[in-house]
Design a binder for this molecule. Structure first.
Ligand SMILES: NC(=O)c1ccc[n+]([C@@H]2O[C@H](COP(=O)([O-])OP(=O)(O)OC[C@H]3O[C@@H](n4cnc5c(N)ncnc54)[C@H](OP(=O)(O)O)[C@@H]3O)[C@@H](O)[C@H]2O)c1
Length: 344
């Protein structure tokens, strides 16, 4: 079978270079064009020696015929790059936030730009396969979820959908520094981020509306109140989110066994979500496409607590994007994504 041709926009960012790395061994897809802004004209291997075997040159725009484009651009710039491709009939997975939110008014509020194609927000499919698998298969445009929202939504989806918790959820998330991207900034400077942990986005992080949107849909369109506090921690990759919600009166009377069964049934057959018997660590997902979930019932406070973790660049970005591509083209969902986590 001929491989499909893949283009990556902004291959020189962390999400873009991770896409290239993961796609290198994909059995049904071949990266044929990679675009980047400041590195245009250079060999991919000059910028990223670990990708030298791909023998590709970075161009200013995607070149040649492609079957699918991944955009790993910053928000706003991504929509501008993606819209002409959609007009040409190319299928797209956008890793930025530009098509994740259904309400156009959310863009000026959270991302400080007016959305250039509000109609595309209706047709774009939120690329969380565990919730939208059927729709992703047919989509021309898939909006790949954010890294924090993937860890948060997967953690609370079974409980919210089953109506066993009050619609008031707290997500306490920790992310490695690559979550902030490859561009240099003072906060991600080694001396600032190393040996330190800090909270940020306390007045409302950009991933909040995405989490609220999806949990509200799962709650049969009834609003869910969400407190989401991200933290930066001194490691390269990984997100660990601890989620808290109070169990409704009369629910979960079967205790931890009922809870475990609820989560196991919800994710039965899912190749990239595993309900674990012990609290997972980010190291268990380092470099692979898994999201690990550990739900527990705190019977003293009657709170559901769920620990979830994933690799922000894989299940939180490039790996999930490839999972979506696999669905869009009818490939086995796990194609190219079978790698185990790197250890130690
Ligand atoms: N990092 C993650 O864990 C993660 C997870 C999920 C989603 N995402 C999303 O994926 C996208 C890429 O994120 P990333 O972390 O890979 O980014 P990144 O590594 O920080 O890449 C940003 C770089 O993009 C380049 N760029 C190209 N065109 C640009 C333009 N028009 N405006 C501004 N910069 C431009 C710039 O590099 P040059 O100046 O060299 O061109 C800039 O330094 C973002 O939308 C992000 O929200 C990231």
């Amino acid at each position: 079978m001929a491989k499909i041709k893949v283009g990556i926009i902004n291959v020189t960012g962390y999400a873009g270079s991770e896409l290239a790395r993961l796609l290198y061994r994909h059995p049904f897809a071949e990266v044929t064009s990679v675009a980047g802004r400041s590195a245009a004209g250079q060999k991919l291997g000059q910028v990223f020696p670990h990708l030298a075997d791909m023998e590709l040159s970075i161009t200013a725009e995607l070149e040649g015929r492609i079957d699918i484009a991944f955009s790993a651009m910053p928000h706003k710039a991504s929509a501008e790059a993606v819209l002409p491709l959609l007009e040409q009939g190319v299928r797209v997975v956008d890793i930025s936030a530009d098509f994740r939110l259904k309400d156009p008014a959310a863009y000026p509020e959270w991302y400080q730009f007016t959305h250039p194609a509000p109609e595309a927000l209706c047709s774009a499919v939120f690329g969380l396969p565990e919730l939208y698998r059927k729709r992703i298969k047919k989509a021309q445009l898939v909006a790949n979820p954010g890294c924090y929202p993937t860890s948060a939504i997967l953690a609370m989806a079974p409980a919210i959908k089953a109506g066993i918790v009050e619609p008031d959820v707290i997500f306490d998330s920790k992310s490695g520094v690559s979550g902030s991207g490859r561009a240099l900034s003072l906060t991600t400077h080694f001396c600032e981020a190393g040996e330190s942990v800090s909270a940020y986005g306390l007045e409302g992080h950009r991933h909040l509306p995405e989490i609220v949107q999806e949990l509200t849909l799962l709650n049969r369109h009834r609003p869910v109140s969400v407190t989401f506090i991200p933290h930066l921690i001194p490691m390269t990759r990984g997100i660990l989110t601890t989620s808290y919600a109070r169990v409704k009166k009369g629910k979960l009377v079967g205790g931890k066994d009922e809870l475990r069964k609820l989560y196991q049934d919800f994710y039965a057959g899912e190749p990239f979500v595993r309900v674990t018997g012990a609290p997972p660590s980010t190291k268990h997902t380092y470099g692979n496409n898994m999201c690990l979930l550990h739900p527990v019932l705190d019977s003293r406070t009657n709170r559901l607590v769920v620990v979830s973790c994933l690799d922000n660049l894989v299940k939180g970005a490039a790996g999930q994007a490839i999972q979506n591509m696999n669905l869009m083209f009818g490939f086995p969902e796990t194609a190219g994504l079978e790698a185990l986590a790197v250890y130690p």
